[in-house]
Design a protein around this ligand. Sequence first.
Ligand SMILES: Cc1cc2nc3c(=O)[nH]c(=O)nc-3n(C[C@H](O)[C@H](O)[C@H](O)COP(=O)(O)OP(=O)(O)OC[C@H]3O[C@@H](n4cnc5c(N)ncnc54)[C@H](O)[C@@H]3O)c2cc1C
Length: 454
Amino acid sequence: MRPLRFVVIGGGPGGNSAATYAARHGAEVVVIEKDVIGGAAHLWDCIPSKAMIATGGAMSFLARAGGMGLGDVSPRIDVDNLSNRLARIEERIHRSTTALLESQNIRIIDGTGSLKGPHQVVAETADGLEEIEADVVVLSTGSRPRIPAFAEVDGERILTTRDAYPPKEFPDHVIVIGSGVTGVEFVHMFASYGCEVTLVVSRQQVLPQKDPEVAAALEADFLRRGVRLFKGARAESVTRDGDRVTVRCDDGRVAEGSHVILAVGSIPNSDGLGLDTVGIETDGGYIPIDPYCRTSVPHVYAAGDVSGKLPLSSVAQMQGRKIAEHAMGLTEDRPHRQLDYDKAASAVFTEPEIADVGLAEADAFAEGRKIRVTKVPFSASAKAVINDDPRGFIKIVSDPATGVVLGGSIVGRHAAELISIVALAVTAGLTVHDIQESLFVHPTLAEALADAAE
Ligand SMILES: Cc1cc2nc3c(=O)[nH]c(=O)nc-3n(C[C@H](O)[C@H](O)[C@H](O)COP(=O)(O)OP(=O)(O)OC[C@H]3O[C@@H](n4cnc5c(N)ncnc54)[C@H](O)[C@@H]3O)c2cc1C
């Protein structure tokens, strides 16, 4: 029997994951990528933003050297060194991702892919058009920043998140519009580099989708660091005059600064994919999928941001893996676990770091659901005191009758790492007793999890 022909359009986390799993299980795989293997995630989103934040974190760590028993350290930014660091990271991750695909004999086509028919994909390359027959097609073309009608991006002073790095210079005063995860990460990033920052928040809470107690902890830290918050203000216009930018809000407030960053969501890359040709309809530009990530055409799947589910690299990768399992028939001898988006852990890489998974306390109350909530502050953790950073807390939400862990929120250092233990408990249906009975290393921050599970 000939191998299954698997064609992936878009080489980001969703597409690459589908490709590698399918190849590992014997499919003949082609990935068509028009830009860079690794996708927006590697080029503009997850990797450079976290690299910039890690450098800012090193600065704030050094600035607190006194608390660690050291003499005063006054770190300063070296823009060239930082730009080189970002370039090195990108190059290294790009090389390793490409090498992984090539090691599995996956063919990479440098071009733009689209559907020509239900089983035909066309790749438009520098050498012309190539038509490829496919048994399975994966659409994983990602998304791009949304630019609001009131702003005109110039790439110099009025920026999307994609224009912000590598930094050519550091802003004196950056105004961030949008207080979702991306917006607050940019606020944190620039504040930790010592820039003045104003955040325009259309609601009354930063991170409006998060637990109010968690959001309040971040707001308090922003205020402590001198970030100006325009709460309940909608930006209505952004103008530039020479080196200065002005943001006017609907409540009359005006922010003036040197740069503006627009962090107001994204739009899916579904145009030009030939979806009409095969009868796939979009919903607000997103490609609707079923629990197996199938579009309305059964052998055409979609993964990642373009599918309109949780816009996270981790989710895109898991979708890619589920697609390969389903399309390759790997679910026959073991039940196919559908992806439960409600159990996806997520993090906000700010200071303090924020991470959560599963059911949030506020959502349980809104639904009138009975829950048990236990919480411990990091100030009670020996390791947090040793680290001279006792900020934050761990909160665990469980079922009062069975003790099954339903969710958790963590605010504090290494929250994004620690939440994985709670995520495992939520996914595996473990109880608070299972966490309590686990013998964690002492002294570690993870011990606080066992206390929070008491
Ligand atoms: C600033 C920022 C920071 C983020 N940080 C995190 C984080 O820390 N953790 C996290 O989990 N998520 C993070 N995200 C979200 C994450 O980047 C996305 O969810 C992830 O990139 C989605 O992966 P994807 O495979 O769907 O798309 P992408 O990574 O966008 O890849 C899609 C690829 O498809 C290619 N493509 C598009 N159309 C075509 C075509 N017709 N033919 C060929 N190729 C095509 C594109 O060039 C691109 O390479 C962040 C997002 C932003 C904006």
